[in-house]
Design a protein. Structure first.
Length: 198
């Protein structure tokens, strides 16, 4: 009987320690847009909001939060697409080009950032193709193995609706970040960044 009481005491003590411990955050399951259509995803986008678990990235972005114009181009016979990015920073146009490899999962892409020695998986989590796309980027720096998560909001125009922004904030909370940390990019000048009239 005394042994049973000791076991119960240990179980209660273990439960109390478990309740006081910090919760363990499990890596969320990354799902891409159902029935993702690469052709509809291509074309012009604007990066209007971003948040990241990487402090260096957040410091750099918050210092100059400018809208980035994106042009996604895919040649049907190739296993990748190119993202041309243009932004106007400190009075100067900055242009970059990145090749994204297609994977066997529609809506999931891969690229390598040589500057940081990082492999990056990108997921189109939500999109309606005509207005917005929510992107989740998971990066792993080599050889340190440091992992970061970045969530970006793309728009076909330089603005998004309040409802889309609310959905974006729900997504970032699901990945352990807060809506307060979101950087809303600003239009700070033209560099071929002009919205086309419909």
């Amino acid at each position: 009987m005394q042994r049973a009481g000791s076991v119960v005491s240990l179980l209660v003590l273990g439960l109390a320690c478990t309740l006081q411990a910090s919760p363990v955050l499990h890596k969320p399951l990354n799902l891409t847009q159902e029935n993702f259509d690469l052709g509809r995803f291509m074309g012009k986008w604007y990066e209007v909001a971003v948040v990241s678990s990487c402090p260096h990235y957040m410091r750099r972005k918050s210092a100059d939060p400018v809208i980035v114009a994106l042009d996604l181009q895919h040649v049907a016979s190739e296993g990748n697409f190119t993202m041309n990015a243009t932004s106007f920073r400190n009075g100067t146009c900055k242009k970059t080009s990145t090749d994204y490899g297609l994977t066997s999962t529609p809506g999931r892409f891969f690229h390598h950032v040589a500057r940081f020695g990082a492999d990056v998986d990108s997921f189109v989590v939500h999109t309606n193709y005509d207005e917005y796309a929510m992107m989740l980027l998971q990066g792993t720096e080599k050889p340190s193995g440091i992992e970061t998560i970045t969530v970006k909001l793309y728009s076909r125009t330089m603005n998004v609706t309040a409802a889309v922004l609310d959905d974006y904030k729900i997504l970032i909370r699901e990945h352990g970040m807060t809506g307060d940390a979101v950087i809303m990019n600003q239009n700070k000048g033209s560099c071929g960044i002009t919205e086309e009239e419909d």
